[in-house]
Ligand binder design. Structure first.
Ligand code: HPA
Length: 273
């Protein structure tokens, strides 16, 4: 596993047009931000040695080197989900490689179902913490020499980056929610009882991604900032039918605000470096 990570990192280092320290997982809601990247090199996942290949609808599957404003960045367009059948090692492989090529800060986004009764569809929730509800742990097995056997998780989401997000949001008049993201395997959306249970357990929003990548990023010391778009509501009494299309639609409507926030975060990120 470690040898494969090294091999992929080495392959990328030979081709990298820049040495970014910032990476973005262009999850749901960050499509518009993707369009703002001045691309210098884009490589399809299928052409990168040892990389899994993305299959889910609406995810292109390529690694992008480029500039966002003045900042060199690495972006993952399309991510790997556990529900697609990948192992946790495959889901998190790109984050390991990111560490080996010098990434220090990781920005992630996703779509989620809001369980906090004060949330509305289209809200942006800054992820302040997570609950790992996946059935397999990404660090299961021999510890890779990239971090400790028992990694600390008391501040999985960087507090300074959360403060920066709040500052930018108040400057720009963007409304932000804060909350705990509960990560589940999917691919089913939740039953009303499951939403209720996850809320009782401490989740403000529930989704099917992000937690594995964040755990691995923290294991190897990468700082993380995460946001979630509330695309449907799992609030007792108002749970109604959810579809992938609706999730995409709600997320797309929030794209301009997400792009504005993330662009600004990334350009001011020396706060955290
Ligand atoms: N549950 C799980 N994942 C999701 C949801 C949800 O309600 N909405 C978007 N992704």
């Amino acid at each position: 596993m470690y040898a494969k990570i090294q091999e992929t990192a080495c392959w990328l280092r030979e081709r990298m047009p820049s040495k970014p320290t910032t990476a973005i997982v262009l999850g749901t809601g960050l499509g518009q931000l993707a369009e703002e990247i001045q691309i210098t090199l884009a490589i399809n996942y299928k052409d990168i040695p040892n990389f899994p290949v993305s299959t889910v609808e609406g995810h292109t599957g390529r690694l992008i080197f480029g500039k966002l404003g003045d900042r060199d960045i690495l972006a993952m367009q399309g991510r790997f989900h556990f529900y697609e059948g990948y192992s946790m090692k495959e889901v998190t492989f790109p984050v390991r490689v990111m560490h080996e090529i010098g990434i220090k800060t990781l920005y992630v986004s996703n779509a989620s179902g809001g369980m906090n009764p004060s949330f509305k569809i289209g809200d942006i929730m800054v992820i302040t913490d997570h609950i790992n509800f996946f059935p397999e742990h990404p660090l299961h097995g021999p510890n890779l020499p990239m971090g400790p056997r028992f990694p600390d998780m008391h501040e999985a989401y960087d507090k300074k980056l959360i403060e920066l997000a709040d500052t930018i949001a108040s400057e720009k008049g963007i409304k932000l929610q804060h909350g705990v993201y509960l990560g589940t395997q999917g691919p089913t959306f939740e039953t009303p009882s499951e939403y209720r249970m996850y809320h009782i357990l401490g989740g403000d929003a529930v989704g099917m991604s992000t937690v594995p990548e964040v755990i691995v990023a923290r294991h190897c010391g990468i700082k993380v900032f995460g946001v979630s778009i509330i695309t449907d509501l799992g609030v007792e009494g108002i749970v109604c039918e959810v579809s992938h299309e609706e999730v995409q639609k709600a997320a797309n409507a929030t794209q301009p605000i997400m792009a504005d926030l993330m662009r600004e975060m990334i350009n001011r990120n020396e706060v955290a470096e």
